[in-house]
Design a protein around this ligand. Sequence first.
Ligand code: ZN
Ligand code: ZN
Ligand code: FE
Length: 764
Amino acid sequence: MTVRVRCEVTGVVQGVGFRPFVFGLASRLGLGGFVRNEPRGVTLELEGDEDRIDSFLDSLKNDPPPLARIEEIKTDAVPTLGEKRFVIRESDLEGSRGVLVSPDIATCDDCLRELLDPADRRYRYPFINCTNCGPRYTIVTDLPYDRSRTTMSVFSLCEACREEYTDPSNRRYHAEPTCCPVCGPRMRLVDVNSRDIGGDDPTAEAIRLLESGKVLAIKGLGGFHLAANAAHDDAVKTLRSRKHRDQKPFALMVAESAAAHEIGIVSLVEERLLTGRERPIVLVKKRDDAPISPLVAPRSDSFGVMLPYTPLHHLLMAGEYPALVMTSGNISDEPIAYTNDGAQKDLGGLADAFFIHDRGIHTRNDDSVMRVIQEAPRFIRRSRGYAPFPVTMPLDTGGREVLAVGAELNNTVALSRGRHVFLSHHIGDLKNLAAYESFMEAIRLLESILEVTPSVVATDLHPDYLSTRYARESGLPLAQVQHHHAHIAAVLAEHQRCDPVIGVALDGLGWGDDATLWGGEFLVADLVGYNRAGSLEPVLQPGGDAAAKRPPRMAYAYLAGALGDGADEAARRHLPALEDEERRLTARLLETGLNSPRTSSMGRLFDAVSALIGVCDRNTFHSQAPMELEAEAQKAADEDGFYPVSIREDESGVLRARAADIFPDTISDMNGGVSTSVLAARFHNSIARMILDMVRRIREASGIETAALSGGVFANAFLTERLVTLLADNGFEVLEHSLVSAGDGGISLGQAAVAAARGMKERE
Ligand code: ZN
Ligand code: ZN
Ligand code: FE
C-alpha cells in the first residue's frame, strides 16, 4: 500500500552528511519525497510502499550517518502526492539555532586513503575533510552552521570543490570546511622571527626538524601543541626546562595502534578508545622496554597516548620517531595558545620553529583525556571530540535556562536548553586573566550557538573563585550550589535520576556550607538538596594552600591527631623531607591554628600517606602525590590487608571517619619492614572499607540503597575497583560517571541540574 509520512528529526543532524545519507537511502528503496534542513532539525517526507518506509526508518534509527546523533524522530501520516522521485530541498535557514553543533571529529578512512594516494588531487593536503570528519566546534563562529559562519568563510571554493559540495551523491555535499590545495588553507614553517624556513615541502622540513630533536609549535585543530621527538632525550629535556615542567607527564602521539602497543599495555577497551573518532588521549600502562625517553613521564607508571586526528598529524607521524611528545602549547597554567600571533608571543621562548596555517581556530579546544577503569572509559578531561555534545537531564528547565559557571580547577561552563545541558570545552584553572577571558568567551559562544539567554546563574559557594565573582556580577539571580552536592548531582543527571542517593564525594577541596574546607563527604542527596551525613574527621591544613603543595605537612597534621605529643618525634623519623625549619613552622601552625583551615579533604589524606611512606613529598602538579601513591599500590595489586578506621557520630549527628587511625598502624608496618607498595595498597584498602562502613551506616539510617560516586579521587582505579566491588557485594546499586569527568570538570553539569531542579520545585 502506498503511504506518505512526514518525519521531524532532531539532534546532531546538520553538517554531518545527514541529507545525502537520507537521499541515498530513499533512492535505493525507491521512495519519493524530500529532505530539508529546518530551524530545529531535519524534516523529511517519504512516499511509497509502507514496508519500504518502515525499513527506511529502521535504517535511520539503527544505522545513521557516523557523526549524526539522533535525539528524536517524530512521524505523522500525511496525504499522498504521487511523488516518485526523492529530492534534497534547499531551505531558508535564517534564525535556525535549534540544531546541535557536532564536536570536531578525526580524519575518516576515506579521507585518509585520499590523503595518501598520489593520484588524488588532495594528496598530502593537510586540510582534507568531508561530511564524516574534520573540524566543527572549533571553527564555528555562529549558527546556523554553514561555511559563511565558520573560519573557512575567507576561502572561496574552487570549481572542483564546488562541484563536490553541491552534489548530493558526493561525500562532500555541504561539507562546510571542504577545500583543496587550490582553494584552501596552507601550512607554513617559520622560525622564531616569522621567517619562512619551509622551502618547497614544509611538512617534510618540519619532520626533519623533529627528527633532529627540535621543539616545534604546531597549530592543530583546537590550539597549538609543542611537539618533540619522544625518543630524543635532549629534545624532551629541552622542552621540560623551557616549559618549567619538571615532572608532569607529557602526552604522546603515535602513528597507529600497533605503535601504541609497542609503548604501552593496551587493553581492548583502550584500543577502541584510541582508534575511535573522538581520538582522546588514553592513559595506558607503560611497557618497560618502550623506546621512549624516560623523561617523558619520569615518575609515572603510565603514558598518555593518542593517535593522529588531523590529516596534518597523519603526515607528521611518517617521521623516523616512535612517538611525538604533543603537549599543550601554553605557558604554565595559562590556556592553550590558538592564534598564530598568540603562539608567537607566548611560545616564542619555548619552540625552535612554528608550523602554522591560516585556517582560524575560533574556539580553543584541548585534547580530551580518558582512563579505563573496570573496563569502562572515564573522562579525566572532557573536551575535543566531545564538547559541546550535551548531557540529557532527568528534568526539563521549562524555559528557565541555567548558566552554570563551574568551580575553579579544570573549569568548564555549561548552559541548559530544555532537557539538555551543553558543556563547554576544558577551560583550565581559573586562576589568571587569560583563563578568565577564555571562560567568558566560552559563555558567549554557548549563548550564541544555542540562542539561549539564561535566567539564572548557578555557581559554587566558594567566595573567592573567579567563577563565583563572575556569577555575582552577572546581575542574574544566583543559584548557589555546594561543591560536593554539585559533584553528586552530576552523577545523578548523567543517570537521569532524581531520587535520593548516598553520595560519596571525594576530592581535594570544596567550600563547605559551614565555611570549612570539605573533600571527604557522604551526602544524602537528590537534585534539589542534601544532608551531610558523614565526612572524614577534619584536621588542620597547616599553612592553607601551601600545605596542598607539601604532602609532608599534611602527614604531620595527621600524626599530630594520632600521636599527640609524639608527633614531632615521628615526623623527625619518618618525614625527612620536612627539614627542621619547615617542621617547626608546621608544628607552630598546628598549635596556633594560624592560617590553617580545617579540612575533611580526601586528597589531602592521600597526600599525607604518600609523604609518610616515602612516595612523594611535593605536588609539583595537581594530584601528583595521590597519583604516585596509586601507582605504588598497583605494584601490590593482590594485597588485601587494611587498617581499621573508627567512625563516631559527633554532636551535630554527622558521622566522622577518623583517618588518623591509619597512621600508627602504618608506622608499625613500616618499622616491621613492610614494602612501600604493600603499605600503599593497604592504605587504599582501608579507605575502600571505611567508605563501605560509612555508607552501610547511612543505609541503615536512611533506607537508601544507592551509592553515587563522584569527585576527582575517582580517577583512582585501584580505589574505585575495590570500592565498587565491596559496594556491589553488599547489595548497593552503584552510580558512577561515564559522560563527564568525576573531577571538577563535571561540576558545571551538577550545578545546572541542581538549579534546574530547584526551579522546577518552585514552580510546582
Ligand atoms: Zn572524511
Ligand atoms: Zn578546492
Ligand atoms: Fe571537586
